[in-house]
Design a protein around this ligand. Structure first.
Ligand code: HEM
Length: 236
């Protein structure tokens, strides 16, 4: 049962993600609309995209609070997910055991970042005005994932050994998770939220994770005088 559900969840995420990236890639960019000041070479564009992905460069210029909350949240999430590899990989490299605490602190940073983003959405009039229910849903989902994760770490401990064995054997020996400890039920909530996240991801604004690379304002070279931009609709 757990195996079928896991296949469905991962399948919907993977197929949905690839399909949406295909749609983004095929979407024509009829106009030269690089956001200036923009790089005039392809290497410059690559660098610009790197600064967007690593430092959220344009967000920094546009909205410092969103930038600060965003950096805390995304940075924390990345490290948390790396730490989660320990549930899916065996054997783990020895150094991985040494950096576990970094992942736990990252969990707190992540929750702090989401909290800040939520406060901003609720507290800043012009942001609240343009917020849709889905904007709150994502923040609440990540808040739920983060707080339940921290509670699993510091409060109601689940049976980690059984969880890891179940995750590792999921593909070979389909089984259900034996629920014995109170923490196991909290873990089930944690897992359900992760599944909801994966299933809805391809249909949501979270696709900005891949969509960023296809934004014409960011990925175009600013060379309209050197090279004629031909509208793809005008070709053949
Ligand atoms: C995007 C999805 C997920 C997010 C954002 C997330 C977040 C977190 C956070 C912030 C923590 C506390 C810090 C830590 O111990 O690392 C945590 C703990 C935990 N997570 Fe997740 N999690 C996710 C998915 C999953 C999945 C799929 C599993 C399945 C194995 C899982 C299993 C656990 C367990 C067992 C703990 C307790 C750690 C411990 O006691 O050492 N999480 N999670």
């Amino acid at each position: 049962m757990l195996t079928i559900l896991a296949c469905l969840v991962v399948g919907i995420f993977a197929v949905g993600f690839v399909r949406r990236i295909g749609i983004f890639a095929r979407c024509p960019a009829p106009l030269k609309i690089a956001l200036t000041p923009a790089p005039t070479t392809t290497a410059g564009v690559a660098w610009r995209l790197c600064t967007e992905v690593l430092f959220f460069h344009s967000l920094f210029k546009g909205d410092r609070w969103a930038w600060f909350g965003g950096i805390l949240f995304h940075g924390g999430l990345l490290l948390v997910l790396l730490r989660h590899l320990r549930y899916f990989v065996e054997p783990l490299p020895a150094w991985f055991a040494q950096v576990q605490m970094v992942g736990v602190v990252a969990g707190m940073v992540m929750v702090g970042g989401v909290g800040l983003l939520l406060l901003r959405r609720l507290g800043v009039d012009r942001v609240r005005h343009i917020s849709a229910p889905a904007d709150y849903l994502w923040l609440l989902l990540f808040l739920g994932l983060g707080t339940s994760g921290l509670l699993l770490r510091f409060g109601l401990r689940p049976d980690i050994v059984t969880i890891k064995t179940t995750m590792l054997n999921l593909w070979y020996y389909p089984q259900t998770l034996p629920l014995l400890l109170p923490g196991d039920f909290l873990f089930l909530g944690h897992l359900t939220m992760a599944a909801i996240l994966l299933v809805l991801f391809p249909f949501s604004k979270l696709m900005h994770a891949g969509g960023l690379f296809f934004s014409p304002t960011r990925n175009q070279v600013d060379n309209p005088r050197e090279k004629r931009h031909i509208n793809p609709w005008a070709k053949g």
